[in-house]
Write a protein of this length. Structure first.
Length: 53
């Protein structure tokens, strides 16, 4: 399997998960294992981060 470099958006998703205090959970269960509330929190932080740029 070939490793591909993560995009800026993917890196920002992990930064948003860390800011929400959910990075460990994302690494454990993956993105699909999050609840709607957790996903929404990460999405909100991500949107705020992109709006600032």
């Amino acid at each position: 399997m070939k490793f591909k470099k993560p995009t800026m958006r993917e890196r920002n998703k992990y930064r948003a998960a860390e800011a929400a205090g959910l990075l460990e959970r994302v690494l454990e269960v993956g993105w699909a294992g999050l609840s709607a509330k957790e996903s929404g929190r990460i999405g909100g932080i991500l949107a705020h981060m992109e709006k600032k740029d």
